[in-house]
Every structure is written in C-alpha cells, then in structure tokens.
Design a protein around this ligand. Sequence first.
Ligand code: RIB
Ligand code: CA
Length: 303
Amino acid sequence: MRRARRVIIDTDPGLDDAVAILFALSCGRFEIVGLTTVAGNIGIETTTRNAGRLLALMGRADVPVVAGASAPLRRGGIEERAIHGDDGLGGVMLPAPQASPLEGAAAWMAKVLTEGAAHSIDVLALGPLTNIARLVLDHPEAAGRIGRLIVMGGAIDEPGNVGPRSEFNLACDPEAADIVLRAGLDTTLIPLDVTRKVRAGRDWLSALRASGGRAAGTCADLIEAYFASSGGRESRPLHDPCVMLFALQPALFAIDTRDVSVELGAGADAGALLTGRQDGVALRVALRVDAAGALRLLADGLR
Ligand code: RIB
Ligand code: CA
C-alpha cells in the first residue's frame, strides 16, 4: 500500500466539495493535515460550519478546520445558493461540528508548510483561490514549499458556468486566480472540460447507496440534493471530487499544457481563462478523462 499523501484541502462546501471531502476521509489514501475554508458557494460561516460537520460525521474532529477569506480579494462574491441551498449542503442533515474552527487560513497554511518537509504537502483547491492567493502574497517562501497544487477551476474549450467562458471558482475571485496561476507553483488545473464528464447518474447513485457505509450513504444523500436543486436533470457533474481522483490516479486524466491568462475585466466573463494572449502563463490542464474509471475509483473509495 502506497504511503498516504499529506494534503491540505481548501474548500467552500458546497455539495460537490462535501462529496470530495468524504471521499478523501474514507478512501484511506490521504493524510488530511487540515481543511481551510473560503467563502464561495455560500458565506464563510456556513462553509466553515459544513467542514466541521463533515469531520464530525466521520469521527475526525482531530482534523483542524481553519476559516479563511470571507470575501474575494477585490470583488464581491457570487454565491450559488440555488444549487447548494441556504445551508450549503442541500438540507442534508449532518452532526454539529465537534471542535471550534481556527482563524487565519493563509497564516496557518504557511506555518504547516514551513514546519513540514518542502514539497511534502499537496494543496487540493476546491473553491475560489482567495486563501491561496493570500498565502502567495503574504508568505511567498511558504507557498513555494507546496508540493502539488491541484485546482478545480476554469474552462478551456468548454463553455463556462457563470459567464459564457468563466467558471465559478475563478469567476468568484479573478485577481486571486491570476496571482495563484502566475506564482510558479507545481499547479495542475482540473477544468469544466473534464469535470462535466464525470457525472453521477441515477444507476451509479443507487449502486453507491447500496454499497453501504456512512460516507457512501451520506454522499448519496448529498447527490440526491444536488439532483433536486437542478430541476430533474439526468445526471450531475462531480466537479470537486475530480481533484482528489487526479491526486490519487493521475493516469485517469490526459494533461496538456496551455498558455493561459485570467480575464480581469468587469464583464460577464471576469475570471475566464484566455489562451493565446501575450501575457499568458504555461499551465498544465486536464482536458480528457476516463470518466468510467473515475466514477469507479470514487465509488470504491467511498465504500
Ligand atoms: O464550477 C464548479 C465549482 O464551483 C465547484 O468547486 C463547485 O463547488 C462550485 O464551487
Ligand atoms: Ca467547491
């Protein structure tokens, strides 16, 4: 059995974040150093409480929750209550958090990265990149000690889900995305081009629920809620879990390099990834995925 990867999960739970976190907690392949929370799908109090609720469900109050940015660096946020509900988890009942959250995600990440061996901790980014931008701005040496930075965000050849080209995590905080993607870290982007292909259908959901276990059952409830908020779609895209699946089994994804820059204007496509501009930065992006293999790995890890 390969040694567990040490990871920090930066997150705005959020239904798909919650599935990703439960997978990371139950698959036995990650040593979760902590959950840092950010405002995104819903406000910081709710994302922070939800992180604590997921840990309480899995009996992992030993994992610290560290509250981070309550707003993007320079803009107002874009919440997604329509999808995730006012409680951020589609009304799925979870236990109350068993420990109080810490404050100051960027400073906490800097401390942990400085104390650990260089490049021994990966950061799995599931929400707007505000906390990680603060880490790069305020603690650049510590940021340079990150192992892999794996980001769910952006759209390359795929339409956006906020503007015509912009994806939610990058559209929430375009300035943060620009800072992080230009920081020279070992970054891989997991964009809508692949996450929209990893979809939970009704049959997969029934098999997941039948597999038993607390993580699988709760994920089935969370995905049912995800279905309910989407007006009867046939399947739902599992965006954030793709970050964990790539971290564990990169061979499921085909990675290309694209010269990208982030649209920093005020229009509908703020946060969109633009290619072929003079100021572009070369970035590894996942553009194809073995979706069936990804769904198998996800279901296996939740059992
Ligand atoms: O665009 C998908 C991303 O936006 C996911 O991280 C989802 O949780 C929402 O935050
Ligand atoms: Ca998210």
